[in-house]
Design a protein around this ligand. Structure first.
Ligand code: SF4
Length: 459
């Protein structure tokens, strides 16, 4: 066994914290940021950086049945006719976006998330992609990914996704144990997932990701070890391993999970520890923040070469781009702003019916936000912060500006998570496993916010 990280460190740094797919985090967005702020950010983009490619995120909120652990923005329905109406609204939203942005922009990244994107029929997926291609240019060599619920696809459907231009698939697996699947109301036999992953390989998808969750009801370290062994047999290119955060007061479906069925903190810690060991022993590279990849996968290569980036979908190999977010609740990023669409379908449709973009909140980043974002992303993506490069980019003296943070980091250095030198901060091999705790030191909002309990725990 490799024993990737001592359990003592995992226990000590088990503090609630954000996942830093953005900084500041989405809970800091304000309603004072409106459609007109967003339109202004688009105008600045037009004036400044026409050549930079875009990233697109499209949220498809529908699911046929609810998974009890779910914390996503979704609409549970068996009425597939709702998808057709939603596509009409997405088209209207794209037309409004393009009216401000201009036609035919290059796109190097597209992600279809949900909900369940494969709730859409093949012809609806085709109509969606045709509509997007009418307004944007999907450049060759980009990352075009889609989240796939194994219960909703066949090999034929995967062929359709490939024909439509998708080159990456992400399968929601969570756990292969039938009792756990039953307890979370998401029954999908392992054979089905094995057949689909084999089909994805035959078809030629560049990368297959599998999502796993530990801390679900009825899971034990022994049962999860069996799931990990099956995942190793499946050999996906990438694995995302998330901790289940039981917050039934915030997420209604979670009320159907009996607290007594949940593994205790000790078992949860064991599951994390054995997962890290099992996946690393199986040859996976720990990319950072819950993500693993095979050594030849583009994500592992980018990590070795210091070219990782981070956006709302997690780690990426594509340079930071402006992100146009489409669909209910979707979050976008243009220049130094973040924006979020209405969270309910009713409000989303109402705003579009009025001829308005459905943006209801967001944030214009301050200079301090941009500085801290640069430090946090450097820690999470490159695993190091060079004082000089931050000083040049943000016109500060790093050591005096961040005197308090550097003092805090000394404790993490003593624990072996970072190395401090006169020229910078380096995340150690052990520190990568707790990189969120390191990043949190630079989060201004956490320094003034003692109510951290709303974030999921690190383990
Ligand atoms: S976990 Fe995914 S498939 Fe399950 S209800 Fe939530 S969004 Fe839908």
């Amino acid at each position: 066994m490799s024993h990737a990280i001592p359990e003592e460190l995992l226990r000590r740094f088990d503090v609630p914290g954000p996942r830093y797919t953005s900084y500041p985090t989405a809970d800091r967005f304000v309603e004072a940021f409106t459609e007109s702020d967003y339109v202004q950010a688009l105008a600045q983009r037009r004036a400044g950086s026409l050549a930079l490619p875009l990233s697109l995120y499209v949220h498809i909120p529908f699911c046929e049945s609810v998974c009890y652990y779910c914390a996503c923005n979704k609409v549970i329905t068996k009425h597939h006719s709702r998808a057709a109406e939603y596509l009409r609204y997405l088209t209207r939203e794209v037309e409004l976006q393009v009216a401000h942005l201009g036609q035919g922009h290059n796109v190097s990244q597209l992600h279809l998330g949900g909900g369940t994107p494969t709730f859409l029929s093949d012809s609806e997926l085709e109509a969606l992609m045709t509509m997007l291609r009418q307004h944007f240019t999907l450049v060759p060599g980009g990352e075009y990914s889609v989240e796939v619920d194994p219960r909703t696809v066949t090999e034929e459907r995967l062929k359709t996704l490939a024909r439509l231009g998708f080159n990456r698939l992400s399968f929601g697996v969570q756990d292969f144990d039938p009792a756990v699947q039953k307890a979370v109301h998401r029954v999908q036999p392992a054979e089905q997932v094995f057949e689909l992953v084999a089909a994805a390989r035959r078809i030629g998808f560049e990368s297959v990701n599998v999502d796993l969750i530990y801390g679900l009801p009825l899971q034990t370290p022994q049962s999860f070890a069996r799931t990990l062994a099956q995942v190793n047999e499946l050999r996906p290119d990438r694995i995302a391993l998330y901790a289940y955060a039981h917050l039934p007061s915030r997420f209604k479906p979670q009320r159907r999970i009996a607290a007594a069925d949940l593994p205790g903190a000790g078992d949860k810690l064991s599951m994390l520890s054995l997962s890290l060991d099992a996946l690393i022993d199986a040859g996976y590279v720990y990319v950072g923040m819950d993500h693993f990849a095979l050594p030849n996968d583009a994500l592992a290569v980018a990590k070795r070469q210091g070219r990782l980036h981070r956006n709302f979908q997690g780690y990426s190999t594509q340079p930071d781009c402006d992100l146009i977010a489409l669909g209910v609740s979707a979050i976008g990023r243009i220049g130094a702003t973040y924006s979020q669409n209405a969270k309910t379908l009713d409000e989303y449709r109402d705003l579009l019916d009025q001829g308005r973009l459905p943006i209801v909140r967001g944030l214009a980043l301050t200079r301090d936000d941009l500085l801290r974002r640069a430090v946090i992303m450097a820690l999470m993506c490159q695993g190091e912060v060079l004082f000089e490069s931050i000083e040049l980019g943000h016109l500060i003296d790093f050591k005096s500006h961040f005197a308090r943070e550097l003092e805090t980091l000394e404790g993490l250095a003593a624990a072996g998570l970072v190395r401090l030198s006169p020229s910078g901060i380096q995340v150690t091999e052990t520190g990568w496993f707790l990189v969120r705790a390191i990043a949190m030191v630079f989060d201004k909002n956490l320094q003034v916010d003692l109510d951290r309990a709303r974030f999921s725990r690190i383990i």
